[in-house]
Write a protein that binds this ligand. Structure first.
Ligand code: SIN
Ligand code: FE2
Length: 215
């Protein structure tokens, strides 16, 4: 079911992807300038880096984090870590506006009391992709995932509960927010190789914020 909704963040268009999963079109647009300003402060302190998978592959997506803990990958596995392994220091605090945006998006999707403590920041340049995976390094699957897309468009793959279930292809644009939780929490998802493009503000890249309650 697709519905227009008038929210504090202006008129947004909701697209249900299935029980517990929704795309809130344009939900982040009203706060984009503040989001981008906060992002430049964060990435000046903790630059994007290409992490290595446990199998030894360099990820095509560059990542960094803010919040009490950050998602990291290296030869020993995936984990949330309170410290940036590159510097040994804490990640920058989660900006209040990321928290508010994530909580409003979650509430609008029916998830009250979302309390994210981790924000993974992904940078996709043309050709970068994220293979199908489940978000399952978090402790409490009762809390949803909120994902904010910025920059050039991408095709988000939203699959089922098995890696080989055929995923839906969901085009995501600058300002779109996807929320999945409850019965959808462990659905496989990923991102198709990013096509070349240009975004007026972000240039040749897509930035994605993924907010989670990790600890
Ligand atoms: C993720 O699954 O961590 C990111 C998804 C996205 O970039 O849209
Ligand atoms: Fe994910």
């Amino acid at each position: 079911m697709n519905l227009f909704e008038d929210t504090d963040r202006g008129r947004t268009w909701r697209e249900e992807l299935g029980p517990g999963a929704v795309v809130l079109r344009g939900f982040a647009l009203a706060s984009q300038a503040n989001i981008l300003a906060a992002l430049s402060e964060i990435t000046a302190k903790v630059p994007f880096r290409h992490m290595v998978t446990p199998g030894g592959l360099r990820m095509s997506v560059a990542m960094t984090n803010c919040g009490a803990c950050g998602w990291v990958s290296d030869r020993t596995g995936y984990r949330y870590d309170a410290l940036d392994p590159d510097s040994g220091r804490s990640w920058p605090a989660m900006p209040e506006l990321f928290l508010a945006l994530a909580q409003e998006a979650a509430a609008s999707a029916g998830f009250r009391n979302f309390a994210p403590d981790a924000c993974l920041i992904n940078r996709y340049q043309p050709g970068a992709r994220l293979s199908l995976h489940q978000d399952k390094d978090e402790r409490d699957f009762g809390q949803p995932i909120v994902s904010v897309s910025l920059g050039i468009p991408a095709i988000f793959l939203f699959g089922g509960f098995r890696r080989d279930d055929q995923p839906m292809r969901v085009p995501l644009e600058h300002g779109d927010v996807v929320v999945w939780g409850g019965p959808a929490r462990l659905r496989y998802h990923g991102v198709m190789p990013l096509k070349a493009g240009h975004h007026a503000v972000l240039g040749e890249q897509r930035i994605n914020l993924t907010l989670r309650k990790a600890a």
